[in-house]
Design a protein around this ligand. Structure first.
Ligand code: KG4
Ligand code: ZN
Length: 344
């Protein structure tokens, strides 16, 4: 089965072709970073317009690279949500129209399920069940993953997502957008121990929130940085030290909560995905943790940590192969709880 995947939930246009026999055949990504740079963040209307410009040429390029004709495509998958409404609608309308024209089934994918399954595109893929840490610009989730579509949230952020905290802190430090890679880069020259930023909600396992001990809070971390720089001029070394100390605090919190979650689920596998999983400090720290407690840890390749079409094509393949069919009408879901997904 060969599936075309479309990802247009935010500021990246991702397209890929996944084949159940041959694996990933081709994938292309067009990043809108330059378009939004001057605004310090994603401008939704500009994002939608750029997806419209880029999606079809990317589909053409992927089809050519994979030497695939429309008759050879067995299904189409697009991101239905969560994300920016207008951006999602571009992928939804395009995916549905192509499926109609090519007379093949089409399925709408939950963006975080795409991230969740992305490590399965790598050699030695994880198998269900496992515990997952999903960390992106919009989400920070710990979840118990029993099977495809059977997900129970163990903890989530009560305020900013961890990627959002990286982005906001980078903005405070004048490091630009997107903040995650910028902070990680600046941190390379910095002293991780110079500032001890708070590790919110790690002092005790019995903190507030819907999931005692496993929820997160990252807005205080960003505020601590804001307070620190309020009365002092920034210079490159100070920026690097703050970036390194901030990254250390964020990584600490994520690692502590992963350990607690694994104690709770007794799972032997930890899957880590989403944009922030590209972070090398986080990867190294979770590798250490996995060795310490005897758990295998799985990441996507760095390129597929952030948004991409391959994860949507793959999730689409799994759902279409399991017989999921949807009617011709379509919608986008800017907000969508991952626990509402259909199990297969
Ligand atoms: O998954 P993603 O590409 O888009 C969303 O679904 O949100 O994640 C983007 C987020 C941004 O907040 C970005 O700053 C963060 O992932 N990110 C990183 C790194 N690369 C991307 N955060 C920390 N370190 C990185 N190397
Ligand atoms: Zn994402």
């Amino acid at each position: 089965m060969r599936v075309l995947g479309l990802e247009t939930s935010c500021d990246d246009t991702g397209v890929a072709l996944y084949d159940s026999e041959q694996g990933l055949l081709a994938h292309r990504l067009y990043s809108q970073t330059a378009l939004h740079l001057d605004y310090g963040g994603v401008v939704p209307e500009l994002a939608s317009r750029d997806h419209i410009r880029k999606a079809l040429p990317l589909i053409q390029a992927v089809m050519n690279e994979a030497d695939t004709r429309p008759e050879q495509v067995d299904g189409i998958a697009y991101t239905v949500g969560p994300g920016l409404a207008g951006a999602l609608l571009v992928g939804a309308a395009l995916g549905r129209s192509l499926a109609f024209a090519w007379n093949v089934p089409c399925v709408g994918i939950h963006h975080m399920e795409g991230h969740l399954l992305s490590p399965m595109l790598e050699p030695n893929p994880p198998t269900f069940p496992f515990t997952a840490l999903l960390v992106s610009g919009g989400h920070t989730l710990l979840a118990d993953i029993q099977a495809l579509g059977r997900y129970t949230i163990l903890g989530e952020s009560l305020d900013d997502a961890v990627g959002e905290a990286f982005d906001k802190t980078a903005k405070l430090l004048g490091l630009g957008y997107p903040g995650g890679p910028a902070i990680a880069q600046a941190a390379l020259q910095g002293n991780r121990q110079r500032f001890h930023f708070p590790r919110p909600m790690t002092e005790t396992r019995k903190t507030h929130g819907a999931h005692p001990g496993l929820d997160f809070s990252f807005s205080g971390l960003k505020t601590a940085v804001a307070t620190l720089i309020q009365n002092q001029p920034l210079n490159p070394q100070l920026i690097a030290d703050i970036a390194a100390s901030f990254e250390a605090a964020a990584v600490d919190v994520l690692a502590i909560k992963c350990e607690w979650a694994l104690q709770k689920t007794a799972a032997k596998k930890l899957v880590v995905a989403g944009g922030v999983s590209a972070n090398q400090q986080l990867r190294a720290r979770l590798q250490q943790l996995s060795q310490k407690i005897g758990v295998d840890v799985y990441f996507p390749r760095a390129q597929f940590s952030t948004d991409n079409g391959a994860m949507i094509a793959y999730a689409g393949y799994l759902r279409l192969a399991a017989g999921q069919h949807e009617p011709l009408q379509f919608s986008a879901r800017p907000r969508w709880d991952i626990q509402e997904l259909s199990a297969l």
